[in-house]
Design a protein around this ligand. Structure first.
Ligand code: ADP
Ligand code: S3P
Ligand code: MG
Length: 178
């Protein structure tokens, strides 16, 4: 078990990357390993509105979702206890959020290739409103367009060849203890 004394980095970790790369599942695994708190911003927004994200998009619209997302991230990065924060794949579209996370936290970009991502589409499409109604070509365009959103980060972790657990272990051993 890693204690806080073993770890050289003492800031909240923020996981970014395209939807479906594994920010939520890897973030939760990482928090379990470290015994840190885990916050998933989408789950917090869903709790606030008592509905899933796709329904939030339908009911209040994407702009209101983005405003809530920004506020939520601002609130959680202000709390002192060390934690893992998984943000939605669109959170860094907002410059204020990106700047705040980069200055206050350690930002880890989970990087997946288009080839591996395609195999996960069926797991994602029902719960990700921005994918709904898109053709595969439109999803591919969104995937590549979004990469520029993630280019500012502190560490990049390629996930293609690793399980959820292996990626979490890699982050602890190669980033937090370096
Ligand atoms: N190697 C892997 N790493 C991370 N997630 C994986 C992996 N293989 C399959 N998945 C699955 O991909 C899906 C999307 O994961 P999720 O954590 O919700 O992503 P995100 O929060 O980035 O949208 C989950 O069903 C997860 O179990
Ligand atoms: O990329 C996006 O615009 C979004 C990603 C989702 O989170 P995940 O990246 O956790 O799937 C969620 O915030 C919402 O559906 C919008
Ligand atoms: Mg998620």
């Amino acid at each position: 078990m890693d204690t806080d004394e073993d770890l050289l980095r003492e800031k909240d970790l923020v996981l970014i990357g395209f939807m479906g790369v594994g920010k939520t599942t890897i973030g939760r695994a990482l928090a379990n390993k470290l015994q840190w708190d885990f916050i998933d911003i989408d789950e917090e927004i869903e709790k606030t509105y008592s509905m899933p994200t796709s329904q939030i998009f339908q009911t209040i619209g994407e702009d209101a979702f983005r405003a809530k997302e920004k506020d939520m991230i601002k609130n959680y990065t202000g709390i002192e206890k060390l934690k893992i924060i998984s943000v939605g794949g669109g959170a860094f579209l907002q410059d204020e959020t990106k700047k705040l996370c980069l200055s206050e936290c350690i930002v880890i970009f989970l990087d997946i290739s288009w080839e591996v991502w395609q195999d996960r589409i069926s797991l994602l499409v029902d719960s990700r409103p921005v994918l709904q109604g898109k053709t595969i070509d439109e999803m591919e365009k969104l995937f590549y367009d979004r990469q520029s959103t993630y280019k500012d980060h502190h560490f990049r972790v390629k996930t293609d060849d690793y399980s959820i657990d292996e990626t979490a272990d890699f982050i602890v051993d190669s980033i937090l203890k370096k």
